[in-house]
Design a protein around this ligand. Structure first.
Ligand code: ATP
Length: 250
């Protein structure tokens, strides 16, 4: 398998919320085509790290380098945000949500072709929502909505895919179906990172892992990263967090 995804290198990254560090001096490297779980206790900075990689959260210091893409080109990147942060009351049809994934191709006012619509319909079918094209998103269950967001990711056709708790609030069958999509992306050589809390799933399905507790506790092969000693260290670090501490000046 030739990797089509980029490498991602995080160097000494610090990112804050209201000047309090959420990610503190983290360095890690994600190889082209790698499949990595980002794990850690609640509040460990996992979402902040993912959003920093996506360019959606301002970095205080350090850097994120995405390499292995043609010079001058932007990385083809897609982020699946946490469902809890999304507004589903917006009156929009499922097919149109999927078509949003083609925005970079169509432009803000570009007209979708019949082929584009067929591709969106095919993506709906690929996630088991073939009959949902004309249904408003407000009428979907949480699990169906997560399938819909995966359909949008499918048409985005990104080389770097960032998933924030992709299997939360979905039943076992939906999780299995969506996991199959993740495996497919990995098989196609895309670089995939997913924030996860289910350690059995991480051990079974994710070859690489980054254990975060605001600082990087460990990163590398999953079995090594998730050692009892590393997990205990992450828990102790979480217990010792001072939510009012400022980011250091370094
Ligand atoms: N919008 C925000 N405003 C202020 N502080 C925030 C905000 N978002 C996150 N934080 C703080 O930043 C820290 C890291 O949060 P983050 O959401 O990145 O952690 P996480 O590891 O994804 O947590 P969880 O597992 O609970 O989803 C936490 O202390 C959190 O309270």
């Amino acid at each position: 398998m030739t990797a089509r995804g980029p490498a991602v290198e995080i160097r000494d990254l610090t990112a804050t919320h209201q000047r309090h560090p959420a990610v503190h001096h983290v360095s890690a490297r994600f190889e082209p085509g790698s499949l990595t779980a980002i794990v850690g206790p609640n509040g460990a900075g996992k979402t902040t790290l993912l959003r920093s990689i996506a360019g959606l959260h301002r970095i205080d210091s350090g850097r994120v380098a995405i390499t292995g893409i043609p010079s001058g080109a932007s990385p083809r990147l897609a982020l699946l945000p946490q469902q809890s942060g999304m507004d589903r009351a917006f009156p929009i049809l499922c097919l149109d949500v999927v078509m949003q994934g083609m925005w970079s191709k169509l432009g803000a006012f570009g007209a979708a072709s019949a082929a584009d619509r067929d591709r969106a319909q095919a993506a709906l079918e690929a996630v088991g929502l073939g009959g949902f094209a004309r249904r408003p998103v407000g009428a979907m269950s949480a699990g169906q909505f997560q399938r819909l967001l995966f359909a949008r990711l499918l048409v985005q056709d990104a080389d770097l895919i960032l998933l924030d708790e992709p299997f939360n609030a979905v039943d076992a069958r939906t999780a299995a179906d969506l996991l199959a999509v993740v495996r497919r992306w990995h098989g196609e050589g895309r670089t995939v990172m997913a924030v996860l809390h289910d350690m059995d799933l991480v051990r079974d399905e994710f070859p690489h892992c980054l254990l975060l507790a605001r600082e990087c506790v460990a990163s590398g092969p999953t079995a090594e990263v998730l050692s009892a000693a590393n997990r205990l260290r992450a828990r102790r670090m979480a217990e010792a967090w001072d939510e009012t501490a400022p980011a250091c000046a370094a």
